[in-house]
Design a protein around this ligand. Sequence first.
Ligand code: PLP
Length: 462
Amino acid sequence: MEPLTALARRDISHHFHPYSNAQAVARDGPLVICGADGIEVIDEHGKRYIEGMSGLWCASLGFNEPRLAAAAEKQMRVLAYYHTFSGKVNNVVAELSAVLTALAPTPALRAGKVLFANSGSEANDSVVKLVRYYHNAIGQPKKKKIIARVKGYHGVTVASASLSGIPAMHTHFDLPMDGVLRVGCPHAYQFAKPGESDIAFVDRLVIELEALIALEGAETIGAFIAEPVQGAGGVLIPPSGYFEKIQAVLRRHNILFIADEVICGFGRTGMRFGSETYGIEPDFLVTAKQITSGYVPLSAVFVAQPIYEACAAASAGVGVFGHGYTYSGHPLACAVALETLKIYEERDLVGRVKALAPIFAAGIAGLGAHPLVGHSRSVGLIGAIELARNRATRNPFPPANGVGAYLVQRAQAHGLILRVMAGDVIACCPPLIITEAELSALFTRFEAALADTASWVAQTYG
Ligand code: PLP
């Protein structure tokens, strides 16, 4: 193993790493990234990596788009900060709000409003508060519980982590908080019964949802939250018909739909919004990440018109709508978002994702044919392979074997950054600007890492 560099030593001495195995980082040191060139990032030794995860599913325009740098610089010089409280606003957030509502996928959202925050977590946290506010406003004060799904990922604040269905986000944090109900995850490979068809699997999930609502009482349930494609849970793509049937049940019981599009929003699935890909008509649509290509923190919640109207009316009674962040609608973030959205339109990035999707899907399916892979899946430019000890029985490797982590390490050695998620799922979510030639290089490196892993598994575990 290479000796740790001075920078790596400084980092591990002083930095409390998020989402890392702290002891492993302290032992092995972090990968220190210092520069970028399009879809590649460059480490402190000058080694280049194709960033196959767009960082954390966000850098849609790569890592050094000059137009975004120029937009940020210009805004910093003109008006670096102004807030949005007490009847004041900056000109940039006013413009962005209008641009965003015009892009919204449904009439109710287009007629509604956009509420800004700084991260996906804060945005979902805000929605939890809005679900409460709205139901108090319309005289249904018991209708507050939120249904969330196994393997959902909605962020790390107390409320958004509670909605998330990933055990490591709860352990030692005394979460989830009260008021969160859980239903199953529509990942047939792991959760369908042997021989169960997709239709029968979906119907079982619908029955489960109906039973939960009957048990708890629809009058106590305010909302249901779902990512159109579950990202951090393992790139879990719903079977066809899933959202249509789930949505019908929710409508029948007046349960609001929160679409968490923090990953899917702005083109990832081949439509502007995942809600369009899956026919969802949400009451809240939550975006972040690709709204600024990840360059500046910003999140935006689209709130449907009737919900906004009820909240606005109720706030009149209080005298103020008592929610907002110092940095809600920060002009720097909004200026970068406006430029990002302009680039998306000019370069027709949604059309580009649609055009590249079959090539991406073929690459993922090619990996899926390897004996070490139990399942592969993709939509638009997001996909994953799920490793299996035994393809036929879908038996995973024991987590302690670290097979997925090994693959990701080998990919890194080959100049490709991927990410492993629980269950040895290897995710891939490249920048939306990736070219066909770059995709081909990405898959060549991915295949090499998979081949290395297969040899290592054969030697180590027979
Ligand atoms: N929701 C989804 C679907 C996400 O993938 C994430 C982060 O990956 C979040 C919410 C939380 O966003 P943030 O990390 O910006 O708080």
